[in-house]
Design a protein around this ligand. Sequence first.
Ligand code: CA
Length: 462
Amino acid sequence: MIYILADDIGYTDWGCYGAAKIKTPALDQLASEGVRFANAYAPASTSSPSRFALLTGEYAWRKNVGILPADAPLSIDVQKNTLPKTMKQLGYTTGIVGKWHLGLGSPNEPVDFNKPIQMGPLAVGFDYCYYFPATNDRVPCVYIENEKVVGLEADDPITVSYTKELEGSITGRKHPELLKLHPHLGHNHSIVNGISRIGWMTGGTKALWKDEDMAENLLDKAREFVCENKDKPFFLYYATHNAHEPRVPSDAFRGKSEAGIYGDVIEEFDYCVGELVKCLKKEGLYENTIIIVTSDNAPMIKEGYKDGALENINGHNPYGVMRGEKYSLHEGGNKVPFICVWPSRIQHPFVQEQPFIYLDMLATLPSLIGKPIDVAQCNDSKDGSKLFFEENAPLYRNYIVTQNNGGDISIRMGRWKYLPATKCSGAELYDLDNDPSELHNVVYAYPEVAYKLKKLAAKVKQ
Ligand code: CA
């Protein structure tokens, strides 16, 4: 079983979802062999809360999880059930390769990157991990394999800070002449590989990653995990850095797409998915492996760096007709591409129109393999497994709740989408059947619907 989670890839960024200027043959092939969800939601419109909900089956606002620095304490309660723990209990060897972004260490014992790190993926149910701590635009720019930073030398220890500039750190703010990619907003602290990041770090020189090699490096580790565990059930969470900023593909993909650098990193992502599928086929595992591919949230085309993505996107649109982008509670923020193949069980390809949210993987994955777990172990997660097999499956939950980075929520119930009032804005209600772009707030036209959803939102957030 492989759960592939892209970073900041939008609903219409793959050919099978309508992209014309970005070529994604591997993903399109998968979609043509399995189920493609037309209404799948990421639990949040930013990284950490979306990933938290995926791995715990719990709404992230309950724990106030927003975008985390690398040295934030582990956000997942090690006493509670998680997706990797569940898969482990069901006999699967569990591994994560790629992005973590859920905190490390504990409040009493903050992470020290020079010492063995237990309070991270290993503490929440992963048997194996090869990961980078936060995001590819945040320090420290190193990989951690199991407990240790890869390539770290004892006489060059790593120091990390997100609160103050470290003595000896070379920053983009002071040394723009050293940059190959210039910051747009923030992102002007320590320079690694010619790119300034969020946060300061010193040391660990031999351990620093090279962005150009990142996709191939993570792909290699994903393949290694598959090959090493091919004789037994495995669960691989492969969380790529594509297409998050800084967008730095390998030379083979730079300039390859017709949608500029934005398209290039998505084509590189497609390549990685294709190579992993090839590996499964070579090992004879493809027929009986569940592969899910999706994204943690929508993109923001121009965000941290002046990489020319927006200027060169050439008419490509990652959001389809939807309003909103990363950080938003509107559909464009967290409706994501989501496909699943499992050749031995999903034999007829189809498009699933029913709404699905991958908060529900904790309850859904065990059910998919015929081993449902007790609802007491599912937290907020519900079993949506029927949607993976039946084109006309009934609704498995009455409403879908998503959140933004701050923990504000939206509720989708049938055709209605409701955004409760916040400190900054009044309540919003949209009729998605007639207004998929959420242009016309009908909260006053349908007061009874608005009232019902307002009450529901308050109940959900209790
Ligand atoms: Ca993301």
